[in-house]
Design a protein around this ligand. Sequence first.
Ligand SMILES: [Zn+2]
Length: 313
Amino acid sequence: MSKTLTLILLTLTLALAGCAGESSSAAPAPAEDGRLTIVTTIGQITDIAQIVGGEHVQVVGLMGPGTDPHLYVASASDVDKLQNADIIFYNGLFLEAKLEDVLEQIGQNKPAVAVASGIDPSRLLASPAYVDEHDPHIWFDVTLWREAVLVVRDTLIAQDPANRADYEANTAAYLQQLDELHAYVQAQADRLPAEQRILITAHDAFSYFGRAYGFEVRGLQGISTDAEASTADVQNLATYIAENEIRAIFVESSVPVRTIEAVQAAVRDRGWEVVIGGSLFSDAMGDAGTAEGTYLGMVRHNIDTIVGALLGE
Ligand SMILES: [Zn+2]
C-alpha cells in the first residue's frame, strides 16, 4: 500500500516537474512540424542556413543589418534562442568575440558549429592584431565561403539524415551560383589596372578580398572594431592616400561613418580630394528583402561600388 502510494506520488512529482520545466521557458517552443530550429550569428551564415536547409529548417539569425559582430553581446532573449536551437552556426576565428563563452557553454549540449572550421588553416590569413589568431573575415573570398557552405550541409545531414538528398541538392545549386559570383567579381576587378587596385575602408575586413582578387587593402581601424582609430592612424592613412592620389575610399554599413570622414578631411588638408566612393557591406548584410540582404547581392554590390568609384564612373 505505502509502496504504491510512494510510486504514485513520485510519478506525480515527476509529471509536475516536467510541466513546470516547460512552462517556465520564455523562449519560443521548438518547431512542432519536424523542422530543425537553427540559430545563426551574422547574416551571411543565416543566408547559408536558409538556402541549404530549405523547407526542413527554421532559421533565427541573431545579428541583423548594421550589426557589428565584433562588439555584439548576447541579450537574455538571445540566450533563450540559443538554448532552444537544435543546431547553432557561427563564424568562429574570434569574430563573435563577446559570444565565445556563451557559445562554448551551450555548445556542450548541442551542435554549435563554427563554419570556419571547414577551411584548411593553410588558406587562412594571420590576424595582424592577435598572436595565434586568424583573420575572421572569410566570406570576402567567395572560394573560402564555399567551404563554409559545405560545413552547414554536412552538419544538417548528420543531424537529419532523412533529408540528405534535399540538403545535397540545395547545396549543389548554391555552389553553382557561388562559382558564377566568384567569376563575376574577378571579371569586375580586372577592369581596374593593377596600380589602381587599392581599397581603403573603415576597418581591416577586406584582406581575404584583397588576396583573392588582387587588391592592396588598408583599413583605418584594425581587424576588429573594438579599438578606435587614433589621430596618428588617420594622419598616416591620409598621407598614404594623398601620395598615391587614390580617387576613392569607402565606408562600411556596420561601422560609424565619422571615422572615414576624418580621413577624407585630413586628405583635403594635404591638397588632394578623395571621394567617399560608397558604403560597402562588410560584417553585416543589407536589409531583408533587398538584393544586398543576401550574400550574393552583397558581394555584387561591393565589387560594383569599388570598381565604379575607383574608375571614377
Ligand atoms: Zn570585421
